[in-house]
Design a protein around this ligand. Structure first.
Ligand SMILES: Cc1cc2nc3c(=O)[nH]c(=O)nc-3n(C[C@H](O)[C@H](O)[C@H](O)COP(=O)(O)O)c2cc1C
Ligand SMILES: [Fe+2]
Ligand SMILES: [Fe+2]
Length: 426
């Protein structure tokens, strides 16, 4: 094994493969990234330089505050007038911060961005000094540097709409952007030298890639057939030891964990409730019983008072339908309901069926508020919410059972009376 390498001790480029250098920057003191992510030891902004016989390519840049470090590393291995190509795998500022200055220093270079990055490039860079030269590329497009070929893979929504990956054909290096990245700063740089970063890798996936699982699967179909010596992401360790296991792990993380035991033909409805005097609880039980009477639907009932957010989020991700029961307290639904509903940014809810019910005393705002929120999260709300004043009567419990039945039927596609949902008209 090579001697330990400490890149924080110098500002030189680091060769990661013949003719390929890391020219990124370390940000060891960062603790919060993009508001939503925490990191215990900072992050790295990885940028790369590829040298061919006819010129040099820069793949991604760094956050603006780290431009000086990036330029110093770049200058240690290339001159600006050698730069022929600048590739941006996505346009988020943590990788495009140094771009305007790079374009000033290498005005002859052509920018390569994904076909979806057009409008974003203009909105981000706000060009004031004339037109920008750029080329949009898609899967299979290539640019030659002389003896070295960069091939593009269109991998949208990982995690921005304009995301692409770039593959160095001869070196079998995948410049994957944020895909396979993580916020983990270690000055030893390579996955076989750094500390144990598995939790950071999974955490990054869980917060950044998880909402886009379907897109991850599509990207993996492009990535998996590639011979791979190195995966070079834009954050965290460079994956040179057994790079393919990270590809396999992404597939595992993106595969539904519940679909097998349930079977494809069974729908899942999860009913969450909260109740102070048992009124909404009684309603929830009746909703469950009603839904249970419909074939092909697996119904689960959970009291929010007894649960933690994270496993509920996992359940919601796998569910086809959700029902929330909340009493109205001080003109609002109760906090655990909002806590759960505001924790769903990491999962894709689009098209899931949602419904709300609850007991109330006089004004009863909770149900409508929950329905509005579910529509705002792009869920369908095909069955009108159900409210019961104070203690549900036998007749009202019958309405709750009918409500559950209707909901289950909406899930299996045999809804009786169609209720007009304003969200469907939008
Ligand atoms: C502190 C408190 C505030 C309440 N605020 C409202 C309210 O703003 N509007 C309303 O319709 N009912 C309100 N209620 C009445 C409850 O919604 C009602 O008692 C309901 O049946 C409770 O259902 P649960 O047993 O499922 O908790 C309030 C009750 C309490 C205890
Ligand atoms: Fe990003
Ligand atoms: Fe990033």
């Amino acid at each position: 094994m090579n001697a330990p390498l400490d890149v924080s001790a110098h500002r030189e480029a680091v060769e990661i493969a013949p003719g390929v250098h890391w020219i990124g920057a370390l940000d060891p003191t960062l603790r919060t990234f993009d508001i939503i992510l925490r990191t215990a030891n900072g992050t790295t902004y990885n940028a790369y330089l590829v040298r061919g016989d006819d010129g040099v390519a820069i793949v991604d840049t760094v956050k603006a505050e780290f431009a000086e470090e990036f330029f110093a590393r770049l200058e240690s291995v290339a001159r600006y007038d050698e730069i022929k190509v600048i590739v941006l795998n996505h346009l988020e500022p943590d990788h495009t911060g140094a771009l305007p200055e790079l374009m000033r220093r290498a005005p002859q270079a052509t920018l390569y961005i994904s076909t979806r990055a057009n409008s974003m490039l203009k909105a981000l860079l706000k060009p004031t000094d004339g037109a920008m030269e750029y080329t949009t590329v898609g899967t299979g497009d290539e640019v030659s540097l002389g003896g070295r070929t960069l091939r593009f893979l269109h991998t949208p929504f990982l995690h921005w709409p304009d995301t692409q990956c770039t593959y160095l054909v001869e070196g079998q290096v995948l410049f994957s952007g944020d895909v396979f990245g993580c916020h983990y700063c270690d000055n030893r740089l390579f996955n076989d030298r750094v500390g144990d970063f598995r939790f950071s890798f999974d955490y990054y996936y869980g917060h950044i890639m998880r909402p886009f699982k379907q897109h991850v699967m599509e990207a993996l179909r492009l990535i998996e057939p590639l011979p791979l010596k190195i995966i070079a992401p834009t954050h965290g360790p460079i994956l040179r030891e057994r790079p393919r296991r990270y590809v396999t792990h992404y597939r595992e993380l993106s595969t539904s964990s519940l679909s097998d035991p349930f079977g494809d033909d069974e729908k899942s409805l999860v009913v969450f409730y909260m109740s102070s005097y048992g009124n909404t609880a009684r309603m929830a039980d009746a909703v469950r019983a009603g839904a249970d009477a419909v074939g092909g639907v697996r119904v689960s009932l959970y009291d929010l008072e007894g649960g933690e957010i994270d496993p509920f989020v996992d359940l919601i991700e796998e569910a086809d339908g959700l029902a929330f029961g909340s009493p109205t307290i001080n003109g609002d639904a109760v906090k655990p309901v909002w806590d759960l509903l505001s924790s769903l940014a990491v999962v894709n809810l689009k098209g899931k069926v949602g419904a709300a019910f609850g007991s109330y005393g006089w004004s009863g705002e909770a149900v409508r508020m929950i329905e509005d929120r579910m529509r705002g999260l792009k869920m369908r709300v095909p069955v009108a919410g159900l409210r019961v004043k104070l203690i549900p009567t036998e007749e009202e419990l019958g309405e709750c059972r009918a409500f559950g039945r209707q909901l289950a039927k909406a899930l299996v596609g045999t809804q009786e009376a169609r209720v007009l949902d304003l969200a469907d008209l939008a």
